[in-house]
Design a protein around this ligand. Structure first.
Ligand code: NAD
Length: 487
């Protein structure tokens, strides 16, 4: 897989660059991929532009056939794809298998919405003046640049490619340089199912050399980006130059509020899932725990006992729940946050060390005694590190939960469901979980407020991301100025 997928063909990178792909469990390179540059971006955009008229002009029901074929092929190769994801990203195999199944489900879901789109074309809008009639059409935005991160490589590709194709947009997909393998495999699947040439193009490469020219390219009318806030900002700035349609799914520092009437064992389970799942490399990870004072002692004791017992190891080893972090630099980043927090007076309740000699493993870690201004409390660490604090009243808990530049997700746990609903409405976040943390459904909207992003993915909102709405208004009278003079 040392080539780029452009216009339905595997092509050599025009400047010949290559990147090594490292297995984070062994620290060994296991593959080499092409490093695309702006010349390749130019070729891929040209291919997407040439394919746009036919693809965008096809019926949703025709596109649905291709989307279902992609889903079917993903399911056929589920085990192979899941193992590739483990090699690339490090996550435990059952989680990778779940991601792959969910990616297939995402293509199936958007196949259904592509069909529904046909029925919605030409819907009438009621107007106050009956001499006029207006019909509404949903049209593809046009060739779209899709830039994704490394934490859920295939799933993030599916979240963007499936709605883009369903809407009738051709695409250029750029996976993260750290985890390019399953996107290339998806390109092969698109080729195998005979998706028309140029409808889907995949460029592997570095952010600066591949992502930046995509974000700035005038013929990519839409850019959908998932990644960090600083990169998202630069993508938005580049898009502003061309007045592009830009959607951003950025980071978070999501709060988990646990009230003192919560069930301790359930709370421990969901808190752990919320921060240690995928090694904490989850944009919506509930990485700030706010626990009501009366419950704090017993809850934290149980939490630390359980966190210290999580089986750590290579993702292919049976029974493993926590794999390595994605890269050496990601582990350094996590270590940096923890050591600076300790220097600043944080208390280490558990973890705080590398978990193995070989591989980028890091222990599940819990930090307490952090000020509300400290970086470990405020910034996204993107690793298995939970920052803990206590609160006394509901009002204080909500206010401190909202004290963040981010607003992706939040969780609240209490046996008083009315309180949970009340608190949920007050939390500044795009997603709020009650009595759980992280469950995600293809049918429901996903995205954040404040610095966590712009727009929503998934569900019907994800399809709207790739559609423009057009009104076609007909005047049914012969009187040329009737409407104007009537006012
Ligand atoms: P990143 O911003 O470093 O990279 C994301 C993607 O952008 C990669 O493909 C990268 O190559 C590319 N890129 C880098 N520089 C670029 C540039 N100048 N122009 C265009 N593209 C460029 O993020 P990451 O480290 O891969 O991912 C981690 C971040 O992603 C975290 O902050 C996390 O919260 C966020 N994330 C958010 C969501 C969500 O749904 N909100 C989901 C997953 C990850």
């Amino acid at each position: 897989m040392e080539k780029l997928f452009i216009g339905g063909q595997w092509q050599e990178p025009r400047q010949g660059g290559r990147l090594e792909v490292i297995n984070p469990a062994t620290e060994e390179p296991f593959a080499t991929v092409a490093a695309a540059t702006s010349l390749d971006v130019e070729a891929a955009v040209e291919a997407a532009v040439s394919a746009q008229a036919n693809w965008g002009g096809s019926r949703g029901s025709e596109r649905a056939v291709y989307l279902r074929a992609i889903a079917q092929a993903i399911r056929t190769h589920q085990d192979e794809l899941a193992r590739l994801e483990v090699q690339d990203n490090g996550k435990p195999l059952p989680e990778a298998a779940w991601d792959v199944g969910d990616a297939a489900g995402c293509f199936e879901f958007y196949a259904g919405l592509a069909e529904d789109l046909d029925a919605r074309q030409g819907e009438a809008v009621a107007l106050p003046d009956e001499r006029f009639s207006t019909k509404i059409y949903h049209e593809p935005v046009g060739p779209s640049g899709l830039i994704i991160p490394w934490n859920y490589p295939l799933l993030m590709a599916a979240w963007k490619v499936a709605p883009a194709l369903a809407a009738g947009c051709t695409c250029v997909l750029k996976p993260s340089e750290l985890t390019p393998m399953t996107a290339l495999r998806l390109a092969q699947i698109c080729s195998d199912i005979e998706l028309p040439a140029g409808v889907m193009n995949v460029l592997t490469g570095l952010g600066a050399d591949t992502g930046a020219p995509m974000a700035a390219h005038p013929q990519l009318r839409k850019v959908a980006f998932t990644g960090s806030v600083p990169t998202g900002r630069s993508v938005m700035l580049a898009g502003a130059q061309e007045i592009k349609v830009v959607s951003l799914e950025l980071g978070g520092k999501s709060p988990f509020l646990v009230f003192d009437d919560a069930d301790i064992e359930a709370a421990v389970e969901w808190i752990m899932f919320g921060i240690f799942w995928n090694q904490g490399q989850v944009c919506s990870a509930t990485s700030r725990l706010l626990v009501q004072q009366n419950l704090a002692g017993p809850l934290l004791e149980r939490l630390c006992q359980e966190a210290a017992r999580i089986p750590i190891g290579p993702g292919l080893e049976p029974g493993v729940k926590l794999g390595p972090l994605v890269s050496a630099s990601q582990r350094l980043r996590v270590e940096g946050y923890v050591s600076r927090a300790l220097v600043q007076g944080a208390r280490l309740l558990t973890g705080g060390q590398r978990a193995r000699e070989l591989g980028y493993f890091y222990q599940p870690t819990v930090l307490a005694n952090l000020s509300d201004e400290s970086e470990a409390w405020c910034e996204e660490i993107f690793g298995p590190v939970l920052a803990v604090s206590t609160f006394s009243s509901e009002a204080e808990g909500v206010a401190r939960a909202n004290q963040s530049p981010f607003g992706l997700a939040a969780a609240v746990m209490s046996s008083d469901l009315e309180r949970c609903q009340r608190v949920a409405r007050q939390l500044e976040a795009g997603i709020v979980w009650i009595n759980c943390s992280q469950p995600t459904f293809t049918e429901a909207p996903w995205g954040g407020v404040k610095h966590s992003g712009v727009g929503r993915e998934l569900g019907r909102w994800g399809l709207s991301n790739y559609l423009e709405v057009k009104q076609v208004t007909t005047y049914q009278s012969r009187d040329p100025w009737g409407w104007y003079l009537g006012h």
